[in-house]
Design a protein around this ligand. Structure first.
Ligand SMILES: Nc1nc2c(c(=O)[nH]1)N[C@H]1C(S)=C(S)[C@@H](COP(=O)(O)O)O[C@H]1N2
Ligand SMILES: [Mo]
Length: 406
């Protein structure tokens, strides 16, 4: 038997056992053909995402937006990036779903059903910016392992839910509380039920902020499964890894939470700058809290063309973690000179801010438009990639688009 034939025979058997029945006429299938029943599912259809988005990984699913897909003032569900550390929970029965507040620093452990959570506490809606700590990772050199996010792991949706603060107050917090840690229903890629894919948290002051929500709706609908149905934590302005999806337990800790991806190098950067490629000891790594100032040009698309003498209208969003953006500028001469953009106030704290400008180009040719935001403390985005770090977090370099004047 030839090797090709053997592979075909072997896979026929394997296909049949996965499908659960014999494939009649299977021996007629062209070599390399995968029966429809086994063909890869279409992630855009499965997650109801814009097909223009980029799939970075399928095990687990990680999908990012392109700049022009983030043009809306409020990110539509279809264009919101997906970042998973493990397997999305498969069967969620909301009738059985409960949230437990426990931990060393809770006065008395308490469990809430979804109707209890929704009826007992006041509802709030905020626009909250969620950016993955690894957004921009692909630009670091030496490269960092992990999903090679470019610019699209950021969103600003309308989140509706109850304040975590109100729920924690109801359960009762002891005086020695320092941190919260979430636990969720997704499963570890290894399949080991004892392992959690991720269990992060935040210090009490962030947990108790008015805008920190236990959300049950995203843009006015039930939270889509991939984004944390039925309830997720939303802590705007911090690495989005703090915003636990599919949560069912929050522990009030009397020490820094030590769950999966809280320790070691995960979501940490060197406390002091290091040289590119340098080894950093775990004890010299600090937890990322507020995200740095950043902006994105969402219109036009890079590569746009405009006729000579016409003005080009540009627009986008800017955000600055816990802070506000106080100035937005653009450059068409590779950062030699800057002009001010019109910048709107945020709708609420921790929402991104919209900017626009009208640009005149002196003559025909190739240009780049660079955008630079400055936060309320006077810190501006770096023009190129900032301080290297082992995991490739916090790249807030100026976004740029190419423009041709014809
Ligand atoms: N339970 C759980 N929560 C999670 C994650 C996860 O893998 N599991 N990923 C985190 C990370 S790293 C990010 S960036 C955000 C992404 O949220 P999104 O997929 O809704 O955009 O969810 C966070 N919450
Ligand atoms: Mo993330």
């Amino acid at each position: 038997m030839s090797r090709r034939k053997f592979i075909k025979k072997a896979s026929l058997g394997a296909f049949a056992s996965i499908i659960g029945s014999e494939i009649i006429f299977g021996s007629n299938m062209p070599i390399g053909y995968k029966p429809l029943a086994l063909q890869e599912i279409d992630p855009f259809e499965m997650f109801d995402k814009n097909p223009e988005m980029t799939v970075l990984n399928s095990k687990p699913w990680n999908i990012e937006a392109k700049a022009h897909l983030l043009d809306h003032r409020v990110t539509p569900n279809k264009n919101m990036f997906i970042r998973n550390n493990g397997r999305i929970p498969e069967k969620i029965n909301i009738n059985n779903w409960t949230l437990t507040i426990d931990g060393e620093s809770v006065k008395k452990s308490k469990t809430y059903t979804l109707p209890q959570l929704k009826s007992k506490f006041k509802h709030y809606t905020y626009q909250l910016t969620l950016e993955c700590g690894g957004n921009g990772r692909s630009e670091y050199n030496p490269p960092a392992k992990g999903n090679q996010w470019t610019i699209g792991a950021v969103s600003c949706a309308n989140w509706t839910g109850v304040r975590l603060k109100d729920v924690l107050d109801d359960a009762g917090i002891k005086e020695d509380a320092v941190y919260i840690g979430y636990h969720a229903m997704d499963s570890h890629l290894s399949g080991d039920p004892k392992k959690e894919p991720i269990s992060r948290g935040a210090p009490m002051y962030k947990a108790l902020q008015e805008e920190t929500l236990l959300a049950f709706a995203m843009n006015g609908e039930d939270i889509p499964l991939a984004h944390g149905f039925p309830v997720r934590l939303v802590a705007g302005g911090w690495p989005a890894s703090v915003s636990g999806k599919w949560i069912n337990r929050i522990s009030i800790r009397n020490k820094e939470h030590d769950g999966t991806k809280m320790t070691g190098t995960a979501y940490r950067v060197p406390c002091k700058p290091v040289a590119p490629g340098e080894k950093v000891k775990d004890e010299d790594m600090c937890i990322i809290e507020s995200m740095p100032v950043k902006s994105l040009l969402t219109y036009p698309k890079t590569g746009a063309m405009i006729s000579e003498g016409k003005k080009l209208n540009i627009r986008g969003h800017a955000w600055a973690g816990e802070l506000k953006v106080s100035k937005m500028e653009y450059s068409i001469d590779f950062g030699s000179t800057w002009k001010v953009c019109e910048l709107e106030q945020p709708v609420n704290r921790l929402a991104w801010q919209h900017f626009n400008a009208s640009i005149f180009f002196p003559k025909k040719g190739y240009y780049e438009v660079w955008a630079k935001a400055t936060d309320s403390r006077g810190v501006a985005q770096p023009m190129l990639v900032p301080g290297w770090n082992p995991k490739g977090y916090l790249n807030n370099a100026c976004h740029r688009i190419a423009i041709k004047v014809i």
